[in-house]
Design a protein around this ligand. Structure first.
Ligand code: FPP
Length: 237
């Protein structure tokens, strides 16, 4: 077997534990998110160095709108800073930025910055950074079902011909291959409404490490664990 057969093509991450990282140090929660943004940069580096072409990050869930206004504003500011500071690197490494989620929920200035980078990097094919923003897995499936129903009503789709391949075309990023590996940090062992359709066959990796502490070494450990697992997709070995 070729070494790259054991490398995931697509890694999806639930970046959890920023708040606890900060609380343990007596720091405000936003400091945890800031340190978490450094881990995002480290994860991108690992993907580039290893040739992992797709990285999806759960940066803001549909449920995160329930957090205090100041924390939401802090996270949105951090996202804008990330886009501003990292734009040149995304171009250098030919990383295509994409977003999944209900983008319309985001503040106008964040949407504008996202649109600039999304459009500016849209021709790149080497690497894909996919940010899940105002994202919910069930909402994605409902949005797909709505799109499908509309297509059927308008006569563009015959319901009798509906199958998984057709359904997938209505998801937020239909051309992105399903994640091979899903990582969740901070010891929580849940999917929390993340990529419910796409994670059907993914290897799941849970680690007690908090996201701000999840850097190159920790990512390498997750990849080593992935390489040890045997994926069978329901077939016999
Ligand atoms: C979960 O930790 C993390 C988030 C809700 C936000 C994730 C955001 C970042 C890592 C930074 C910005 C992202 C980019 C792409 C620049 P938590 O706050 O739920 O932690 P807790 O469970 O310990 O409270």
């Amino acid at each position: 077997m070729h070494a790259s057969d054991k490398l995931p093509r697509h890694v999806a991450i639930i970046m959890d534990g920023n708040g606890r990282w900060a609380a343990r140090r007596g720091l405000p929660r936003l400091r945890g998110h800031e340190e978490g943004a450094e881990s995002v940069i480290a994860a991108l580096r690992v993907c580039r160095d290893r040739g992992i072409r797709y990285l999806t990050l759960y940066a803001f869930s549909a449920e995160n709108w329930r957090r205090p206004r100041t924390e939401i504003a802090g996270l949105m500011g951090l996202l804008r800073r990330f886009l501003h500071n990292r734009e040149a690197e995304l171009h250098r490494d030919r990383v295509r930025l994409r977003v999944i989620g209900r983008l319309a929920d985001l503040p106008a200035d964040v949407r504008r910055d996202l649109r600039r980078v999304i459009e500016g990097t849209s021709s790149y094919r080497n690497y894909h950074l996919i940010l899940a923003l105002s994202y919910g897995g069930r909402a994605e499936i409902v949005d797909a079902a709505r799109g499908l129903a509309m297509a059927a009503v308008e006569g563009r789709l015959d319901p009798a011909r509906l199958n998984e391949r057709v359904f997938r075309r209505f998801l937020y990023a239909p051309d992105v291959p399903d994640p091979d590996l899903m990582i969740r940090t901070s010891g929580e062992i849940r999917l929390s409404n993340f990529l419910l359709w796409q994670l059907s066959y993914a290897e799941l990796y849970f680690t007690p490490t908090l996201w701000p502490d999840f850097r190159e070494k920790e990512f390498a450990e997750a990849l080593a664990e992935y390489a040890r697992r045997q994926r069978r997709f329901g077939a016999l070995a």
